[in-house]
Design a protein around this ligand. Structure first.
Ligand code: F6R
Length: 365
């Protein structure tokens, strides 16, 4: 039930400190600075053989996969690609030996992702699925995998499932990394960062009223751009998806470097830009992008690291997030963007939990 919350979406946004705790509970080996993911189902020897990862998913789950691409390559040194599940299924993909296919699906019932699982099984890949719904079709057909333990997600717009997916994928990367090049002390450092995530998210939730006040000022706009770099590029895509899903406002997520390759022609005072300017590699370049947007009179709302006066001085509004590493940054940043989308939808009088034209799980192609 919704309890004191007006919508399931808001309740689920606020559950995230606990759902992340549930996603990591019992899954960390502190001594060795690694993750324990028994469901993954591979022996250390098999894990060591994995030479490529292909992630297949749709929508928000695909965005979680795109964040994980950075994790698997950076932390574990394994070449990774993310496929829209429908594309994976119809393109006759090349699955080399020792490829691990990771289907990601909250519901475990998304038709295209199920088909991708069957394609991967047929081609003899290693498969390990990431699902929330226990006993769902994808969980069963993949045979092995990791559950999110996020509890039922009722709101059509995915929030807590997304953040749990990102957290579990980070644990997977940690495990694969420790199985390869990541040292114990680096593993322990990453464990410490992962453990801080619920607290970081709490500090964003504590700013809900400030985010609401910002959202109020932007609720009258009809077109938004979201820009980011690195792990915050898929985070920008996810933020834009949340806004368009529940508030019926046009929003596009872009890699910040892509602005100059087309979309900047649209920018003017009617096109606010949400710039993800956290203090991680790429921040300085985002500052340049913000200036380019300002020069076209586009209002800019930034997400930045607490105390970043430079970003504050460059932008119209800022949502501050405590300092965190580049791997963790997508999580609190996403929560801020979820709240921003939610409050814009509230201002616009939208339905929120059941947006028109959308179903919680897309069981047809
Ligand atoms: C976005 C959203 C959808 C789902 C997508 C995949 O908020 O809810 O984009 O993420 O339909 O669903 P699952 O994860 O159930 O396969």
């Amino acid at each position: 039930e919704k309890g004191n919350y007006p919508h399931f979406m808001l309740k689920e946004i606020f559950e995230q400190p606990e759902t992340i705790e549930n996603a990591i509970r019992g899954r960390i080996n502190y001594e060795m600075g690694t993750a324990i993911l028994n469901g993954l189902g591979f022996s250390p020897c098999e894990l060591a053989q994995i030479s490529r990862i292909v992630i297949a998913a749709c929508g928000s789950s695909m965005h979680a996969g795109m964040v994980a691409e950075y994790y698997f390559e950076d932390i574990a040194g394994i070449s990774t690609s993310v496929e829209q599940a429908a594309e994976f299924r119809y393109r006759n993909p090349i699955i080399e030996p020792n490829t691990l296919v990771i289907p990601i699906s909250q519901s475990g019932e998304t038709a295209d992702t199920i088909a991708a699982v069957r394609e991967a099984v047929g081609k003899g890949a290693y498969i390990s699925a990431l699902c929330n719904v226990v006993g769902s079709t994808i969980a069963r057909e993949a045979g092995r995998g990791v559950y999110l333990h996020a509890g039922p997600e009722i709101s059509v717009a995915s929030t807590k499932a997304f953040s749990s997916q990102v957290a579990v994928l980070l644990l997977m990367a940690l495990l694969l990394g420790r199985n390869r090049r990541l040292s114990r002390s680096e593993g322990c450092e990453l464990v410490r960062e992962i453990e801080q995530t619920p607290e970081l998210i709490r500090s964003v939730l504590a700013q809900a009223e400030e985010i609401r006040a910002i959202a109020k000022r932007y609720a009258g706009f009809d077109d938004f751009f979201y820009i980011g770099r690195g792990c915050l590029y898929p985070t920008a895509l996810e933020g834009a998806l949340k806004l368009k899903e529940i508030s019926y406002v046009h929003a596009e997520g872009y890699h910040a470097a892509e602005l100059k390759h087309g979309p900047i022609s649209l920018l003017d005072e009617r096109h606010p830009v949400l710039a993800l300017a956290n203090d991680i590699p790429g921040r300085d370049k985002i500052l340049g992008n913000i200036q380019e947007c300002r020069a076209r009179r586009a209002p800019v709302v930034a997400v930045a690291t607490a105390g970043d006066r430079e970003v504050e001085n460059l932008t119209d509004d800022v949502i501050f997030i405590p300092h965190c590493s580049r791997f963790i940054a997508p999580l609190p940043t996403t929560v801020a963007l979820q709240l921003f989308a939610y409050y814009i939808a509230v201002e616009r009088g939208c339905e929120i939990d059941q947006p028109r034209n959308l179903a919680k799980s897309v069981t047809v192609e």
